[in-house]
Design a protein around this ligand. Sequence first.
Ligand SMILES: [Zn+2]
Length: 137
Amino acid sequence: MSQLTVGKDVLSYCGKCKLNLGHTIVAMKDSKHIAKVKCNTCLTIHAFKDPTQAKQNKTRTRKTSVSPSKVISVSDLWMEKMSSTKKKSTPYSMAGNFHEGDIIDHTKFGPGIVEKVVDDKIEVIFRHEIKTLVHNK
Ligand SMILES: [Zn+2]
């Protein structure tokens, strides 16, 4: 790592240019901390502002402004569907013939509920994802 000394170029936030720009060190606090810098763009001498910290302050401002509309996750949906049915599960196979509301047991994805049937395809809600599978083959 290069030593910080007066006369060296560093990246600092310039309050006048409102940008992270190349600055020249004009004064040091100690061997590791820069006291003052001169903006190479507008030539203003000001206190050194760490550009990485300036960035963090900007992005930290808002976080909780997401609209409060309720998002139902796949697992919530799955839970709801599974608890509201009394059907027995059938092992899934491509040769099977499934209907809306059927419970299937998939060797890889586990138990799922047939949400929709479109020709030879079925849309199934599994615990972690919604999958389109084939049937009637
Ligand atoms: Zn400047």
